[in-house]
Design a protein around this ligand. Structure first.
Ligand code: NI
Length: 192
């Protein structure tokens, strides 16, 4: 396994729509190695997720994991490591909450993004098994953020009020307490 370079906003690959992965490709050493590298890269950067576009590969693959005490997102509920290949999501209702997000490809910026609170997530795992799951709350938001990357969309595009954009320092100083209170109430209500 090795860490890959995370590309940053402005790199054209972040604006590309990634393509589906075939069953044969998924079994290949190259794609299995890419998945291992994405997990290692995400963990090394304390991310909550990483999409293939962020390491300059345009395949529909993303990894998500929140370990307890993640320093970037301490308020998120833990998410076991989940590798999603060719994922598809569908909102289950109209409930939307504003989530304060950051992104490893958008250094030193956070902002508020409306996200669905209940989604159905369908994907293939790295072994080729198909899954269908319901994900709720902040976890649903995390998957929406990663799947957006596969369509060339950044959280910046979804910030509906630019006045919520902050540096990470300004977030800590002016927004963290208010947002963490809201985040805790979402986790209590939805369980994730
Ligand atoms: Ni991101």
């Amino acid at each position: 396994m090795s860490r890959r370079e995370i590309v940053e906003v402005g790199h054209p690959v972040l604006r590309e729509c990634a393509r589906e992965v075939s069953e044969e490709e998924l079994r290949s050493d190259e794609v299995q190695r890419l998945i291992d590298d994405m997990v290692e890269t995400m963990r090394a950067a304390d991310g909550a997720g990483l999409a293939a576009n962020q390491v300059a590969e345009t395949l529909r693959i993303a990894v998500v994991e929140v370990r307890p005490g993640n320093p970037r997102y301490p308020y998120k509920a833990p998410i076991p490591l989940t590798v999603v290949v060719n994922p598809v999501i569908e909102p289950l209702d109209d409930e939307v909450e504003r989530i304060n997000e950051g992104c490893l490809s958008v250094p030193n910026l956070r902002g508020e993004v409306p996200r669905h609170m209940s989604i159905r997530l369908r994907y293939t795992d790295r072994d080729g098994e198909e899954h269908e799951e319901v994900r709720r709350g902040l976890t649903a938001g995390t998957f929406q953020h990663e799947l957006d990357h596969l369509d060339g969309v950044l959280f910046l595009d979804r910030v509906d009020d630019p006045a919520t954009l902050t540096t990470w320092d300004a977030y800590e100083r002016f927004y963290r307490d208010t947002f963490e209170e809201r985040a805790r109430s979402i986790v209590e209500r939805t369980g994730s």
